[in-house]
Design a protein around this ligand. Structure first.
Ligand SMILES: [Zn+2]
Length: 437
């Protein structure tokens, strides 16, 4: 199976290389702004914009004619070209969003980028791109050392099971990263190595994730100590930052420190999530998680919550492709499925459950259970009901795939809340679910 996979490595550039990286990021920013200004001019005059290709042609003509642009050839031409492509996409997305053809929150008109106020990034799609053990090679920039091993990708490139499509370089809080998008040829087992296994997982703030599996085991991944330590530091840095006077040097310094800590927490968290999700996908054929409204959640003001929310979407994405890779399935519970409010013992649904209530107490059957474990058990129940349902119609026994129609998700992902069957008849289990809403 051919899949697109991203490989991201932290770079350790020499000072001269770092200058080149900044220069390329500046070139991409300049090209974006240059193109946006051209598009706006034309739109004011003729009511239409330039396409990415038109912008590139226009740029090629102008860069040679205008002596003020003579510095252009200090950077790879890719940096400009890809910026035009990005702008083209941003304009198209804006139109689509305005017409209601694009999912997610409404997009505004593309804005001009300002140094220090935007994400520094640029992309290569052609030229000498590669990696070898502890280095990466990029056009114009040459060979740059990496902070971590690139062997995983290098091996695949050597054996011909991966092909790099693009390399995006970006900066997060003074650190540079390269992210390769590669087309990887992956051997996917036709069936999961442990058929019939299932787990429901609840993503949390304090504990990274809590799981309840088919055999009755409870799995709690608390996340590394480093994460808790950095979260504490982040809180302190955030308070310190807010106390500094606006526009002061101290505020700028505090902001840089805060950004560094944010980046650290995000990377420690992502690392822990990668490890946990890889293991889950290997050990369980069916993984059930909640479909979270990530876009809405990240607007939460509480710091720990906001940081965790940012990881939720990533965790669900990881589970999606990792279960597929192992021949398993990720089942997503509908957004309104009350996994926390439902009693995993008797199925009673509470009208209200405050976030501060860490223990679930059922008034119906008297069950007293940890809140997260209860939620995980309910999610596991969705996988089990999926199996029963498919068995009942005499289809295959493989849970979560046959009877469920993936709804705009990565391959191998199915929605438990919005399922149908081959015959199109909603079955008892599905109906029950809908009623529980
Ligand atoms: Zn109960």
């Amino acid at each position: 199976m051919k899949v697109l996979q991203a490989y991201r490595f932290a770079l350790d550039p020499a000072p001269a290389q770092e200058r080149m990286l900044r220069s390329h990021a500046g070139a991409a920013r300049f090209a974006w702004n240059w193109g946006l200004a051209r598009c706006m001019q034309r739109h004011a005059a003729e009511g239409s914009w330039y396409s990415g290709i038109d912008l590139h042609k226009l740029w090629n003509a102008e860069k040679k004619a205008d002596t003020a642009l003579a510095w252009w050839d200090q950077n790879s031409k890719c940096a400009y070209q890809e910026a035009f492509r990005d702008l083209d996409r941003a304009l198209r997305d804006f139109i689509k969003s305005r017409k209601g053809e694009r999912k997610g929150r409404r997009l505004g008109f593309p804005r001009f980028k300002k140094r220090g106020r935007c994400r520094d990034s640029f992309r290569f799609t052609t030229g000498a791109i590669g990696c070898a053990g502890t280095t990466v090679t990029l056009p114009r920039l040459g060979t740059i050392r990496t902070c971590e091993s690139t062997r995983k990708l290098a091996r695949r490139l050597d054996s011909g099971t991966a092909r790099i499509l693009s390399a995006t370089v970006s900066r997060t809080a003074q650190r540079w990263f390269v992210s390769f998008t590669a087309e990887v040829d992956r051997a996917v087992p036709p069936r999961h190595a442990r058929p019939g296994t299932a787990i429901g997982i609840d993503l949390g703030v304090k504990t990274l994730l809590t799981g309840a599996d088919h055999a009755g085991h409870i799995i709690a991944v608390t996340g590394p100590r480093a994460l808790r330590v950095s979260l504490r530091r982040l809180r302190r840095a955030s308070r310190a930052h807010s106390r500094k006077a606006r526009g002061s040097t101290n505020r700028r310094k505090a902001a840089a420190r805060l950004a560094r800590l944010h980046a650290r927490v995000a990377s420690v968290r992502a690392d822990a999530l990668h490890k946990a999700t890889s293991q889950l996908a290997r050990r369980y054929e069916t993984v059930v998680a909640e479909d979270l409204n990530v876009a809405g959640m990240t607007r939460n003001r509480r710091l720990a919550r906001a940081v965790a929310d940012a990881g939720f979407g990533a965790a669900v994405r990881m589970l999606g492709y990792k279960t597929t890779r192992n021949g398993g399935t990720l089942v997503l519970a509908g957004r309104w499925y009350p996994s926390s409010k439902t009693c995993s013992g008797c199925g009673a649904v509470k009208a209200k459950l405050a976030l501060s209530e860490r223990t679930y107490r059922c008034h119906g059957c008297g069950l007293v259970i940890d809140r997260d474990v209860n939620a995980a058990a309910n999610l596991l129940g969705l996988a089990v009901s999926g199996t029963e349902r498919i068995n009942a119609c005499g289809g295959t026994v493989r849970p979560g795939t046959t009877g469920q129609v993936p709804v705009n998700q990565e391959p191998g992902t199915a929605h438990a809340g919005k399922t149908g069957t081959a015959s199109g008849q909603p079955l008892a289990a599905t109906r029950e679910l809908t009623h529980a809403h």
